[in-house]
Design a protein around this ligand. Structure first.
Ligand code: IMP
Length: 431
C-alpha cells in the first residue's frame, strides 16, 4: 500500500495528535519521523487527555507498530518516563509494538546543557527553544559525533561512546563558561536505560518496506510545523529537523512514489511559540480571545513549555507556501469552532513589503519581519458549530471560510474539526 504523511502546515500546534490518532486506526505502522521530546501531541483516551512527546499516535491501537524513525533525536530518560506513563494507561508498549531505529540519534544531557547555554548567549535574539536539547542533538548528528541508538545493545561500546560524548560536550560547555557535566553520573543513569531499550532497537526502514510490500498502510507522523523546518522555515527561528514531506522520505527511507497522501494540518487561525516573525500576530484583545484562558487543554498554551502561544489571523500566504513545499494533497482544518462569534473574520491574502504587494511567503526573516499583512474580510457566524456533524449543516459563513482556504491554496479541505473530539469529513465543500 502506501505512506500517508501527516504534516504540521503552520508553526506547529495545529492539532496533529488527534488527527494522527484517528488515522492510526487504519495503519499497520505509525512512524514519528522528526524531532524529539520537544513535541507535545494531545490525544484523548476515554475521558482522559493524554500528551505524548516521543511516542507515535499508534500507542493505544493494539494492532499498530510504533516507530521512532532515524530522523528523530531520542532522549532515553524521556522515553522511559513516557512508556511508563502510557503503559500505566493501558498502552502495552513492548518491543513488539515499539521500535527504535538503530540510526536514530540519542539526545544526551550535554545537548540540554548546550541548548540552555546557547539560548542565554543569544540574549534578546534567543529562539525561544523548548530547552530540550534539540538543536545541539542535531548539530552532533550533522557533525558526525552523535551516539546512535544502535549502540545501546552493547554496554561497553555504549559506555565508551557516552563518556566520549560527555567529554565533547564539556569542551563546548567550557566555551560558554558553563560547568562540566559529570560523566560518571551520566553513565550510571544511562546504562539501565540502554539495557531496558536495547530490545526495542530495530531496522525500521526494513519494517516499513515489508509493510508496504504486504499491502499495509504506513502513517508518517510529523512534529512541529512547516514554518519551523530547518531548510524551509523562518530560519533561524526554527527547530533543527526536517518537518516537511522531504523529512518523511529521508527519515523513513522511502521514495516519493510510496507517499500517496500528504495531509497538512492547519488551524483555522495561526499560533506560534517562541520568537521569530509572525506577520498576522494579534497583540490585542482578539489575540487574547483566540488564545483562550488556559482552562481547557486545547487553549493556546505550549504543551511542553506551558507558555502562552502567540496568536493571529489565518495567514493564507504562509499556508499556500506550506502547500507548495510539502506537496499537500489535502488540508485538515482544525479549531474552526474557535472562530464562532467573531465578526468580521480576517484572512491574510498578501503582504505589503516596502509598499509593494508580495504574494509569495518570504522565509528570509529580514523581509518577513517587514511584511505587513493585507487582509480580506469575511463574515463570521454565531451558531455553536461544535455539535455539527455534516458539512452542509455548518453556517454559510463557515463554508465560505473553508472555500476561501481551498481557493487560495489550491488544496481541498478534506476534514474540519469543530471541537476537541469532533471532526466533519468533507467530501466537497459547497455553498
Ligand atoms: P526547539 O525545537 O526546542 O529547538 O525550538 C525551536 C523553535 O521551535 C522554538 O520557537 C520552539 O518554540 C518551536 N517548537 C519546538 N517544538 C514545538 C512544538 O511542538 N510546537 C510548536 N513550536 C515548537
Amino acid at each position: 500500500m502506501s505512506v500517508t504523511a501527516l504534516i504540521g502546515a503552520q508553526w506547529g500546534d495545529e492539532g496533529k495528535g488527534h488527527i494522527a490518532d484517528k488515522l492510526a486506526a487504519e495503519s499497520a505502522i505509525v512512524a514519528r519521523y522528526n524531532g524529539g521530546d520537544n513535541a507535545g501531541h494531545s490525544i484523548t483516551i476515554g475521558q482522559q487527555a493524554v500528551r505524548t512527546r516521543l511516542i507515535p499516535a499508534g500507542a493505544f491501537h493494539p494492532e499498530v507498530t510504533n516507530i521512532l524513525a532515524p530522523g528523530m533525536v531520542v532522549n532515553l530518560k524521556s522515553l522511559g518516563r513516557e512508556v511508563d506513563e502510557l503503559n500505566h494507561l493501558g498502552a502495552s508498549l513492548n518491543p513488539d509494538r515499539l521500535k527504535l531505529d538503530g540510526a536514530a540519534n540519542l539526545l544526551l544531557p550535554g545537548h540540554i546543557a548546550l541548548d540552555g547555554a546557547t539560548e542565554t548567549v543569544r540574549g534578546s535574539h534567543a529562539i525561544g527553544t523548548t530547552k530540550r536539547g534539540i538543536g545541539p542533538a542535531y548539530t552532533d548528528k550533522m557533525a558526525r559525533v552523535a551516539v546512535r541508538a544502535a549502540l545501546i545493545g552493547d554496554p561497553d561500546k555504549f559506555e565508551a561512546a557516552v563518556r566520549e560524548h560527555v567529554a565533547h560536550s564539556n569542551r563546548l560547555l567550557a566555551l560558554y563558561a558553563q560547568p562540566a557535566l559529570d560523566a560518571e553520573a551520566i553513565v550510571k543513569e544511562h546504562a539501565p536505560l540502554a539495557a531496558r531499550f536495547a530490545p526495542f532497537v530495530a531496522d525500521t526502514t526494513a519494517l516499513v518496506h515489508a509493510a508496504l510490500e504486504r499491502g499495509d498502510h504506513v502513517l508518517a507522523e510529523g512534529a512541529q510545523g512547516t514554518l519551523l523546518d530547518i531548510d524551509h522555515g523562518t530560519y533561524p527561528y526554527v527547530t533543527s529537523s526536517s518537518t516537511i514531506t522531504g523529512g518523511v522520505l529521508t527519515s523513513l527511507g522511502v521514495g516519493p512514489k510510496h507517499v500517496k497522501r500528504v495531509i497538512g494540518v492547519a488551524k483555522a487561525f495561526c499560533s506560534r511559540v517562541g520568537a521569530g516573525p509572525f506577520p498576522t500576530e494579534l497583540l490585542d484583545e482578539m489575540g487574547a480571545r483566540l488564545r483562550g484562558t488556559g482552562a481547557n487543554p486545547w487553549d493556546e498554551y505550549g504543551s511542553t513549555t506551558g507558555h502562552p502561544r502567540r496568536t493571529g489571523w489565518l495567514d493564507l500566504v504562509a499556508l499556500k507556501y506550506s502547500a507548495r513545499v510539502n506537496g499537500l494533497t489535502e488540508i485538515v482544518l482544525t479549531e474552526l469552532d474557535s472562530l464562532t462569534g467573531i465578526h468580521p473574520l480576517k484572512v491574510c491574502i498578501a503582504y505589503s513589503y516596502r509598499d509593494e504587494p508580495l504574494t509569495n511567503f518570504p522565509t528570509d526573516i529580514a523581509t518577513l519581519s517587514r511584511c505587513e499583512p493585507i487582509y480580506s474580510e469575511l463574515p463570521g457566524w454565531e451558531l455553536d458549530v461544535s455539535h455539527v456533524a455534516r458539512i452542509e449543516d455548518l453556517p454559510l459563513a463557515a463554508r465560505v471560510y473553508i472555500l476561501q482556504i481551498e481557493t487560495f491554496t489550491g488544496v481541498r479541505v478534506s476534514c474540519v474539526s469543530v471541537g476537541p473530539k469532533s471532526e466533519i469529513e468533507v467530501s466537497r465543500c459547497e455553498i
